[in-house]
Design a binder for this molecule. Structure first.
Ligand code: ZN
Length: 132
């Protein structure tokens, strides 16, 4: 399912557990970030370490638990954990032996954020359609 308008794109990624990994760059025509939704089964980790050239990453664990590694430092992550990694950070993630791990990874160009939340948002007088 997808739905687009002049100023938006909406889609569904479906069953993350079955798909394992979904990237939103193409589905939503993202222009400032790449976002992936990932799930690793129990005992499964990414088979490689990696770093980035320009992008920082934020990992948001939304289900399960596992372990994270950055530059040789290893630590536990679980639902609610958030991890930022600078571009040169050498990283990897694995699910716990007994638990899957589901996480969202947001990639954005490091040091590109110039305004956010109240600094960028504009509150309008118009009410949402469901508030009429
Ligand atoms: Zn990455």
């Amino acid at each position: 399912m997808s739905n687009t308008g002049k100023n938006y794109a909406a889609s569904s990624v479906g069953d993350i557990q079955a798909r394992g990994r979904v990237t939103l760059h193409n589905d939503l025509s993202l222009t400032g970030s790449e976002i992936s939704i990932n799930e690793l089964p129990p005992g499964v980790g990414l088979p490689f370490l990696h770093s980035h050239k320009r992008n920082e990453e934020v990992y948001i664990v939304v289900k399960g638990k596992g372990r994270f590694q950055v530059d040789g430092d290893e630590f536990e992550v679980a639902e609610g954990s958030v991890v930022r990694v600078d571009p040169p950070g050498v990283r990897c993630i694995t699910a716990d032996a007994q638990s899957p791990i589901r996480y969202i990874c947001i990639q954005t160009e490091a040091k590109s954020l110039v305004q956010f939340t109240e600094g960028d948002g504009v509150i309008l007088e118009t009410k949402p359609t469901w508030r009429k």
